[in-house]
Design a protein around this ligand. Sequence first.
Ligand code: PLP
Length: 425
Amino acid sequence: MSGIGTKCVQGGYTPNNGEPRQIPVIQSTTFKYDTSEDMGKLFDLEASGYFYTRLANPTSDYVAKKICEMEGGTAAMLTSSGMAASFLAVFNICSCGDHFISSSAIYGGTYNLFAVTLKRMGIEVTFVSPDASEEEIDAAFKPNTKLIFGETIANPALDVLDIEKFAKIAHKNGVPLILDNTFPTPVNCNPFKWGADIVTHATTKYMDGHGSAVGGAIVDSGNFDWTKYPEKYPGLCTPDESYHGIVYTERFGIGGAFITKCVAQLMRDLGVAPAPMNAFLLNLGLESLHVRMKRHCENGLAVAKFLQSHPKVSWVKYPGLEGSKDYELVKKYMPEGTCGVVSFGVKGGREAASKFMKSLKLVAIETHVADARSCCLHPATSTHRQLSDAELYECGVSPDLIRMSFGIEDSADLIADVSQALDNV
Ligand code: PLP
């Protein structure tokens, strides 16, 4: 299966003669076996199969396999949310006492997970600017550094990561690069092609695309050789006592070790598995992802261009806009398109932004992005409303910043809605 569109529609699941054409929803918590010995082999990871949906379920696995094919990986798993995917991807190789490096331009929830919650678990993070030089990133490494994390297009900053640069620095220092590829999706960007080792997703966003199911995914490229650094990654390269001394890299190979360990240990102990029905809904979204992404990008670009020439708009940020700060990176890493999210500033600060938001008719105010329906958020009067203007600038959110996520409606209608709302400012 070669094209991304074909993978979106038919990847992951090939029915045999007389089997369901659509991925079946196996809405069952558990699976029946004839003997305890049969089940014992599953518990020892000696046979493949299902025994409890908290660890794995066929519906979720079909959908994970599709995402794996779309990203070009060797193994993948679904999680109950994008946050769960980011947490598991890091926690699978970082323990108390370890350190990792992250781009500072990442989703606010992930930033908090890294800076606050992982810190409470004894895992330390150093944030670096996505525009940092090789020397600055090298300087952030410590003897206990286990990985670098970043977002291919950052939410909400919309910075595009120089994937090849970050991959080269990670590999030179003997650690993998983990990238959240939520915004461009594998339709627009293939992080593995440029050296990333593991990719995560909030499937809640474009992949689901209809605002129906929260979910996440982790995909392994199979390219990072953990066995070169057995002291650094003991969880993957030395016996797991909770599985009778199994060594994941030996039993499942370089391409299977990371995901197998993540399912066998972390899903078992933390239980952040998706509901089978949510995996089914996600698959419906995936079937049209390649068609929708094209439209999201066309609409994003059309409105960004309109905003750029509007007298009441002070600035516009859209990575796909010619002349944008990261335009050269866009041409290299995502030449077919970026995403449908645009941020801009309306002249007149908080008050003007608030008037603009109130006047929108088609575009809804929501804490969400990447939906078929256009939506928007004004952080200074919603998510960040407790902060003063000075504090807002400190965390990179200006009082006038409006984040808009353009859906797949007609661009003329979206421009008309934005235009009439600006008239009311
Ligand atoms: N990563 C990115 C880039 C996101 O935008 C989000 C949510 O907005 C997440 C991760 C977290 O995903 P979820 O809301 O599914 O937990």
